[in-house]
Write a protein that binds this ligand. Structure first.
Ligand SMILES: [Zn+2]
Length: 428
C-alpha cells in the first residue's frame, strides 16, 4: 500500500493518543472482577454506546445459563459491526472485559486509571482493557481515514475469559459469531508486547486423583488404611518417574517464557483426612480419603491419550504393586494445544506492519497458558486467529499492573494498518 496511506493512518492514530488513554481509563474504572462477574453490563454498554455513535451496528448477547450467569451477574457480551458497503472480508477484534481480583500489594488505586511516568495504572490496564481501547481506536482511525476499504470490521467485548470463556467467546462461537462467512480474521489484543504475534498456546489437562483408605483410631493406625500414605506413594512416582520425563519433552512451539517450552505439571492442591475439629485441634483418625488436583500443560507434539495415559499408568502400576491401593481419576478440564500457521493472512498482515514500524522482524510466540483463541479455532472452526496487543505479559494479574502509553499508541497503529492490509486485499 502507498506510504501516504500508512502515513495518514499513523497521523490519525497520533491525533487520538489522548483518546486511547482516556478510553483505557474509562474501561478500567468499571470494576469487572471475575469471579463473580461484576459490572459486565455497564462495561459492555460503554463500548456499545461509543461504537454505535460511530456508525457500528451494536448487539448485546447474554450467555444464558453459562457458568455463573444469573440475573444479578448476567454474562453480557457486546458485538459491534461496521460495514464498508463493499463486499470483502471481516476483521474482528475480540477482547475480554473481565479482570481478575485485585489482590494485595497495590500502591495505586486499582480502579483509578492513574497516569504516572507515561503509563496507565490499574487492574486490567494490561490484561486487557488497554488492548480493547487500542483496537477500538484503531478501527475508528481507519474508518475516519476515508481510505477505500472492502468488507467489515467487528469489535467484541466478551466476558469470562479468566474463568474459561464459556459465557463469552465459547458461547458466541457456538452461535456462529466466530465463523465464516461472518468473520474471516480475528485479532485478540491480549498483552503480549507490541512487537510479537502470539500464534497459539499449550494444551491443558486438569484431573483430580483421589486415593481411598479406611478410617480407624489414630492411636492404632494398623487397624485402618491411610489414604494419605497411598497418595504419598503416588506423589513419589510423580517426583521420580514423571517429572524427569516431562523435563525431557520439549517443543518446537515458540512458547514464552522459555521455561514453558516443555511439558509441565503443577500439583494444584492436596487435601486429606478429616482435618481439624471444632477448636482447630486435629481429630485422632486415619485418613479414609485423600485428593489432589493436577494441572498438566502439554505440547502440540503430545496427544491427549499420552498425557492421560502417563497418569493412569502410574496409578495402575501402584494398584498392581501396592497392597489395597484404590483410586479414582476424574477429569476436570481439557483444552488441546492450538497453533496457527505463520502463513495465515492475519499473521502476515500484523508481521508486515510490525517490521515496518519497529525496523525488525516480528517475533512469533506461543502462550504458556490458554486464552479465548481455543474457542475461535475449535468451536468457530476459524484458524486465522492470533493474539496481538499492548502490554507486558508478565504484568498481567500482578499488583500495580500498567500499560505504557507509547505501547498503546504503537499497537493501535499496527492494528489499524494490519486491518487496512486485510480490507484492501494487500494481504490475503
Ligand atoms: Zn487476558
Amino acid at each position: 500500500m502507498p506510504a501516504t496511506a500508512i502515513d495518514l493512518i499513523h497521523r490519525l492514530v497520533e491525533e487520538r493518543r489522548e483518546d486511547v488513554v482516556a478510553l483505557t481509563q474509562d474501561l478500567v474504572r468499571i470494576p469487572t472482577i471475575n469471579p463473580p462477574g461484576d459490572a459486565y453490563v455497564p462495561c459492555a454498554e460503554l463500548l456499545g454506546d461509543r461504537l454505535k455513535a460511530r456508525g457500528f451496528e451494536v448487539e448485546y448477547v447474554r450467555g444464558h445459563d453459562s457458568p455463573g450467569d444469573t440475573d444479578a451477574y448476567p454474562r453480557t457480551n457486546v458485538i459491534a459491526r461496521w460495514e464498508s458497503g463493499r463486499p470483502g472480508p471481516c476483521v474482528h477484534f475480540n477482547g475480554h472485559i473481565d479482570v481478575v481480583e485485585v489482590g494485595p500489594g497495590w500502591t495505586t488505586d486499582p480502579f483509578g486509571g492513574e497516569i504516572r511516568d507515561g503509563k496507565v495504572f490499574g487492574r486490567g490496564t494490561c490484561d486487557m482493557k488497554g488492548g480493547i481501547a487500542a483496537a477500538v481506536v484503531a478501527a475508528e482511525a481507519l474508518i475516519a481515514s476515508g481510505l477505500p476499504l472492502a468488507g467489515a470490521i467487528e469489535i467484541s467485548g466478551t466476558v469470562d475469559e479468566e474463568t474459561g470463556g464459556y459465557g463469552g467467546v465459547a458461547y458466541l462461537a457456538g452461535r456462529g459469531y466466530f465463523s465464516r462467512p461472518r468473520v474471516d480474521h480475528v485479532i485478540i489484543p491480549e498483552p503480549l508486547n507490541v512487537d510479537r504475534v502470539c500464534l497459539g498456546h499449550r494444551g491443558v489437562w486438569w484431573a483430580e486423583v483421589t486415593t481411598h483408605g479406611r478410617i480407624a483410631h489414630g492411636s492404632m493406625p494398623f487397624l485402618g488404611d491411610s489414604a494419605i500414605r497411598h497418595m504419598t506413594a503416588f506423589l513419589e512416582k510423580l517426583e521420580h518417574e514423571l517429572y524427569p520425563r516431562l523435563e525431557r519433552k520439549t517443543t518446537a512451539m515458540p512458547v514464552v517464557p522459555a521455561g514453558a517450552r516443555q511439558s509441565t505439571l503443577n500439583i494444584n492442591s492436596l487435601h486429606g483426612g478429616l482435618g481439624e475439629g471444632h477448636a482447630g485441634f486435629p481429630s485422632a483418625v486415619v485418613a479414609h480419603s485423600c485428593r489432589t488436583v493436577l494441572d498438566r500443560r502439554y505440547l502440540i507434539e503430545e496427544s491427549y491419550d499420552e498425557v492421560k495415559g502417563e497418569i493412569v499408568g502410574l496409578l495402575e502400576d501402584l494398584k498392581r504393586h501396592r497392597n489395597d491401593f484404590r483410586y479414582d481419576l476424574k477429569e476436570l478440564f481439557h483444552v488441546p494445544p492450538t497453533l496457527t500457521s505463520a502463513d495465515q493472512p492475519v499473521v502476515r498482515a500484523l508481521a508486515r506492519e510490525i517490521e515496518r514500524l519497529f525496523g525488525r522482524p516480528a517475533e512469533f510466540i506461543c502462550s504458556p497458558g490458554t486464552y479465548d483463541q481455543k474457542h475461535v479455532v475449535r468451536i468457530g472452526n476459524l484458524e486465522d486467529c492470533v493474539a496481538y496487543g499492548p502490554g507486558i505479559l508478565d504484568l498481567a494479574h500482578q499488583p500495580d499492573e500498567y500499560v505504557g502509553i507509547d505501547d498503546l499508541v504503537q499497537s493501535t497503529k499496527v492494528m489499524a494498518v494490519a486491518a487496512h492490509h486485510l480490507l484492501t486485499g494487500a494481504v490475503e
